[in-house]
Structures are given as structure tokens and as C-alpha cells.
Design a binder for this molecule. Structure first.
Ligand SMILES: [Zn+2]
Ligand SMILES: [Zn+2]
Length: 463
């Protein structure tokens, strides 16, 4: 809402409040009976003023003028007091508010039936400005969920226990449940009439945004609507953990386990809590249980890997990380974490192997041997029958394997260093090109062997 709208609302609200005062004074003079005064108090002007000014305080809870005028058109002393207290919270030296509160005090003492307003509505703590808007609810309203009449300043229905004001998951602003969008950031808040769905969505979004207090409040509303909502206690526990209320979370998780002893997620969350508390062995047991119940629980595998690593059990850590890498969604934070851990656990070959002959020969022998075997079979296992194409393909296979290995895994092998210098292929940008030429050579070699080009079995010598 922009400024002009707010100003118009305020102006109209004040005008209506003044009109209501004039009306009341008129009725006061002509008919002094109490019944008529009450009748006058409920005139349309007064109601209109109330609605307009409430709207202004909802839009701008720091609007002192609106709070002052609102106090003149509310019925109950408690509500008037809340308005004036709000003014003093915003402006501690406000004379009008001080005078008004003093007058209310006198009234409360002289009229015992309306005394002790603080018991009906506790005024907001002065240092907490956010409670100000909580007072901004129309008097004599009914709960949107259960239709029971509720206190004008209630933020939770005393009958159905559902919140009447929720927090926007995006910006945290307090939003009336009946509003479909956030008044501050415009986020769609959903339809409160769907009740369960409304609060579940609110809770999930709040949890995602790490607004755990709001998430907890919304999950508690879900609990009030449907106590056996699936995984409810797990959700409550996750919000409680976010808030650092571990003892409550433990209770919720115990209840969740009682309801569903085979819930993978409950075991995992328990593991997380125990791990953070430093109870590593118990945490380990929970993660293990989670992976037993669901071998595709990547986050549990990741945690197991980390615990194994801490315990210096490298082989098990490696296996756990490999399991995690297989099932975790690629691109996720956890997946990246796993890849880093895997790289750390599987370091590159030591320097001596990178630059030694043995590793070069070992890596090249595979592809060369495949071709040699094929040539041998092609010549009936008689090396003296190798034709020119046989020898050529062996040469090509050797060259291909050498290029591939040099470009792919051993860029500083002794042979390439002798050919191109000390750096080998470490710094060249053409490694992929060299690797592909190597691959091409090898494939060519293999094709030469299996395609009978200019080669046939020599005639057995005539005897
Ligand atoms: Zn209710
Ligand atoms: Zn918002």
C-alpha cells in the first residue's frame, strides 16, 4: 500500500471518529439514559471509524495519530489501553496518551465491572514493537476458523487454538490469516479456509526459509487440526531443533519413533541431533539404521562417510562416500560435498608414479595387448604370419595408447618428457585433441586387424 492510500484512510478514519464523537455528544445531551448512549456508540460512523483506523494501524503500526484516534472509537477499556500503550511505546513522552491512560485508570477504578483490564488483555511489552500490530484487531469479531466470538486483540483463537495472525514465510511480517497476500512483500499466503493445507504449506515454507519459530507455530496449528497428520512429530522436532530446543525435539522424535519405528527420516534426524551434541557413537548407530532402512538415503551415507573419516577408517569412509555419490542428486550441496571428500580420499598418483616408466607401461599395456591378441588370433597364433597390416596396426595401437595415456592420466611420463620437454603435456591446451588422436589411432588399429585389407592366410606351404 502506498502513502496516499494510507493518508486517505487516516483522514477518513479521523473524520468518521469526529463524527461519531459529535453524534455521541448529541445523544448524550438529549437522552441521558445509558441504553441510548450504548445505541449511539454503535452507530455506523463509529464502526466505520474503527474499521478505517484499524486498517491504518495494520498497514503502518507506527502511526501514532491512528492509534490515538482508534482509542477513542473502541468500546472496551482494555482495548483503549492497548492503543494508548502502543503510542507510548512509539513515543514515550506523548502527553495525549499519558492523559488518556490516566483517565482510563480512573474509569477502571470507578467501574469495578470493567476493572483490571490488564487481566483481559495484557498490554504489549514496551520494548517489543512487533506486538503492536497484534492489538490491531477489530473488536467483537468471530474466529474465521470456528466462528466463535473472540477477544478483539487475540492472536490465537481461545476456542479452536488456531493462530489468527501468521508470519509471512518470505519476509516474516505478521499477516492476518484472512489475508491472501503478505501486506509487506506481496507473497501469496494461501487460502485459510483450506485450514489443514493452509497451515501445512505455511509450515513447510517457513521451515525451508529457516524461520523455525514460525514453522513450529504452523505445525502446532496442524497438530490442533489433525493430531495424526503423517510425520507430524518429525516436523515438530525439526522446527524445535532449528530453535535449539533439543529436549522438546527429543520428546517429539521419541513420539515419532513410537508411531513409526521404521521411519528413515526420524533415525536420520535423531542422528543429526546426537552428532551435534557430540554423541558420535549413538549418532553413528542412527545413520547406520537409516541406510539399512533405505539404502538410497544419500545424506545418511554422507554422514557415515564423515564419521568413518573422523575415526580414521579410510576404506569404509571411501565406500560410504561412493554410496552417497551414487544416490545424491547431482548439483546438490551434499553431492558437491561428497565429491570433494572423494577427491581428498583418492589423491592423484604420487609423483614417482606420474613420472616413472612402470606406470606408463602398466597403463599402456592393456590397449596394446588387446590389439596384439587380436593380431595373433588373426594369424592363427603364428607371429611369423603377421602381414604388413598386422605390424602396422600394432604400431598404431602402441601410438594410440601412448597418446591417450599421455594426454589423459600421465602427462609427465618419461617418454613424452623426452619428446616434448620437461613439462610434458601438463600445461598444453591441446590435451583433449591429443587424447582423441590417440583414441582414433587405436580404433584404426583395431579396424585394420578385423578388416581383412590385403591380408589373407598364406597358403600352407606345399609339401
Ligand atoms: Zn477458533
Ligand atoms: Zn512477506
Amino acid at each position: 500500500m502506498d502513502e496516499p492510500d494510507l493518508q486517505t484512510l487516516l483522514r477518513e478514519g479521523i473524520a468518521a471518529a469526529k463524527a461519531a464523537q459529535a453524534e455521541a455528544a448529541l445523544v448524550d445531551k438529549s437522552q441521558s439514559s445509558r441504553i441510548h448512549r450504548i445505541g449511539a456508540a454503535k452507530t455506523s460512523q463509529r464502526e466505520r471509524a474503527r474499521q478505517l483506523l484499524l486498517r491504518v494501524t495494520e498497514l503502518d503500526e507506527t502511526n501514532i495519530t491512528a492509534w490515538l484516534w482508534l482509542s477513542t472509537v473502541l468500546d472496551s477499556l482494555a482495548e483503549k489501553q492497548v492503543c494508548l500503550e502502543n503510542v507510548l511505546t512509539l513515543d514515550p513522552d506523548n502527553k495525549a496518551a499519558r492523559a488518556g491512560l490516566a483517565r482510563l485508570d480512573q474509569l477502571a477504578r470507578s467501574a469495578p465491572s470493567q476493572a483490571e483490564p490488564s487481566k483481559i488483555v495484557p498490554p504489549p511489552p514496551r520494548e517489543e514493537k512487533r506486538t503492536v500490530s497484534k492489538a490491531a484487531k477489530a473488536s467483537g469479531i468471530s474466529c474465521p476458523f470456528c466462528r466463535q466470538t473472540i477477544s478483539a486483540v487475540a492472536t490465537t483463537c481461545s476456542h479452536c487454538r488456531l493462530p489468527l495472525v501468521v508470519n509471512c514465510p518470505a519476509c516474516g511480517a505478521e499477516v492476518d490469516v484472512e489475508k491472501s497476500t503478505c501486506t509487506r512483500c506481496g507473497r501469496t499466503m494461501g487460502d485459510y479456509r483450506h485450514k489443514l493445507k493452509y497451515f501445512v504449506e505455511l509450515a513447510t515454507a517457513s521451515q525451508e526459509q529457516q524461520r523455525y519459530g514460525e514453522a513450529l507455530k504452523a505445525w502446532q496449528a496442524v497438530e490442533a487440526i489433525k493430531p495424526n497428520y503423517p510425520d507430524l512429530h518429525l516436523h515438530l522436532a525439526q522446527a524445535q531443533i532449528g530453535l535449539g530446543r533439543e529436549d522438546r525435539a527429543t520428546l517429539s522424535l521419541q513420539r515419532a519413533l513410537k508411531e513409526n519405528p521404521n521411519s528413515t527420516e526420524v533415525h536420520y534426524v535423531l542422528g543429526e541431533m546426537l552428532r551435534q551434541r557430540g554423541e558420535i557413537e549413538d549418532a553413528y548407530a542412527r545413520y547406520l539404521k537409516a541406510t539399512q532402512l533405505d539404502p538410497r538415503h544419500g545424506r545418511a551415507w554422507l554422514r557415515l562417510g564423515q564419521l568413518y573419516e573422523q575415526a580414521r577408517r579410510g576404506k569404509e569412509a571411501l565406500q560410504a562416500y561412493q554410496r552417497a555419490a551414487k544416490v545424491l542428486e547431482t548439483g546438490s550441496v551434499e553431492s558437491r560435498q561428497v565429491r570433494q571428500q572423494l577427491q581428498a580420499l583418492q589423491p592423484a598418483l604420487p609423483e614417482a608414479m606420474m613420472t616413472g616408466w612402470s606406470e606408463l607401461i602398466r597403463q599402456m599395456s592393456g590397449p596394446v595387448l588387446v590389439c596384439l591378441l587380436a593380431v595373433l588370433l588373426d594369424s592363427g597364433l603364428r607371429p611369423w604370419w603377421f602381414g604388413w597390416s598386422g605390424w602396422l596396426s600394432l604400431l598404431l595401437a602402441f601410438l594410440g595408447a601412448f597418446l591417450w595415456v599421455s594426454a589423459d592420466s600421465l602427462p609427465r611420463n618419461p617418454l613424452i618428457c623426452q619428446l616434448v620437454g620437461h613439462e610434458g603435456l601438463e600445461t598444453t591446451d591441446l590435451r583433449w585433441l591429443i587424447a582423441f588422436s590417440g583414441l582414433f589411432c587405436w580404433i584404426l588399429a583395431f579396424t585394420l586387424i578385423i578388416m581383412p585389407i590385403g591380408q589373407s592366410f598364406p597358403e600352407p606351404p606345399n609339401l
